[in-house]
Design a protein around this ligand. Sequence first.
Ligand code: 9MR
Length: 392
Amino acid sequence: MRIRHALLAGALGATTALAGQLPAAASPDTVPVTSGSGRGAAHPADSLRDLAARVGLRMGTAVTPFELDNAAYRAITAQQFSSVTPGNEMKWQVVEPTRGTYDWSAGDRLVDFARRNHQLVRGHVLLWHNQLPDWLTSGVADGTISDAQLRALLHKHVTDQVTHYKGRIWQWDVANEFFTDGDASTLNAGDFWVAHLGPGIIADAFRWAHQADPTALLFYNDYNIEGVNAKSDAVYTFVRDLRAHGVPIHGVGLQAHLATQYGFPYQMRQNLQRFADLGLKVAVTEADVRTPVKKDANGQYTDEPLTPQAQAAQESYWAQSLQACLAVRECISYTAWGFGDANSWVPSWFVGEGAALLYDRNLNPKPQYNALRDILTHTAAPHRSGRGAGRG
Ligand code: 9MR
């Protein structure tokens, strides 16, 4: 699977354009301290992170360390967000590219960045069918790795990775995307892990992660489960059963990769609430709102929505998803899957769609950003407190 490190020319150009407005970094990953808030990084009182902090909510973004090389991107990451998720750098393919040899460097850089900037980290991801190392998948395919060995390798992977980051990860996405859209009634029997090790492997991964770091909040994470639908029903039953069997699962992550052409998810707040009523935390983990975009004179897709109505729908979807999270006390973080349109995964995966994030490719905030800020400013919401809530 190809990993996309997209930092396109537009965003690089923005470094110069914004240089006068943003504080210069003293060292690569440090955004300078101001006396104002006394909380470390310089962030204005109307930043997303500070507005959300008033109700104990963490605002997050996915980041890749490559993006942190850009001063403007780095400054916005620190100023606007109080939680970060590595886009790719804690995936097995990246942390163990060669069997038995770990490379934690990229994940470590982000965790260190977070510490310097008073942010919490969502670890992503321990058990997933995608972005596995080639040595693992080819070994399974050619029979040189047996199922028993695969189980032992997974145990070691989960234990070693969670131990490496022990005490430094707030929420771990332990298991990701085990249900399909087509037949949501049950776990995907064709999933790599389920096919080889049986459905019980998911519970085992939670147990192993908990043994390695008993303080981390352990999440099940999936897409198209934002609203009440057949797939979220199936996930609901699954996590309820895990809880009933004493499996250490503490939360459910709703990715929220939304698209204007599919409508806003049905009853998102009620859906979050029913997971919360199981005694779980909930989180919006990978939010973006894509839409069909115009082509330029050269036939290249732009970041401009096809219609003003689509732009309005994007703003509305961002606002509604944040409102749903705010309304549920157990919703402890709201994370966007990146923030600059030049850095989004969307255009390369959904040809003809884009404009999915909060800032344009020159890193200027879009109306979507203002919509989130307005919601945080004007919506009364219960304060998140108790174990795990917006800690720190
Ligand atoms: O943003 C990630 C992108 O750079 C990778 O190419 C892609 C490969 O699978 O994974 C993206 O992140 C995914 C996340 O890990 C899980 N949920 C869906 C995300 C978007 O594809």
